[in-house]
Ligand binder design. Structure first.
Ligand code: SF4
Length: 99
């Protein structure tokens, strides 16, 4: 996707009506509440792609905080350079920790 792609997915966002401050926590270690909302969201992937495409550098997007999004971007860049298939590594790791 590129900047300017449609935002229809936002209609299905699980965070609609949720206090936006939850997704832009002041303390970096916060964000658990937002992530809990994201885990029940059907457009988590679209949200993360949007955040990456539009260079969102603050907040919780697609269930990831800004540090995790940066790690995801770096991971994808490494994958691209090596020619490997891109997978959502950070999310896979996070979800496996929750099991
Ligand atoms: S993944 Fe999280 S931030 Fe993104 S639309 Fe869904 S609930 Fe909102």
């Amino acid at each position: 996707m590129s900047a300017g792609h449609d935002r229809d997915w936002m209609q299905a966002a699980n965070c609609k009506g949720v206090d936006p401050d939850l997704f832009f926590p002041i303390m970096k270690e916060d964000g658990k509440g937002a992530k809990a909302v994201c885990r029940r969201c059907s457009v988590e992937d679209e949200c993360l792609e949007y955040a990456i495409d539009t260079h969102q550098d603050y907040g919780i997007w697609g269930g990831l905080n800004e540090q995790e999004i940066r790690a995801e971007i770096k991971y994808r860049a490494r994958q691209r350079r090596s020619g490997e298939q891109i997978v959502r590594r950070v999310v896979v790791i996070n979800r496996s920790r929750e099991l």
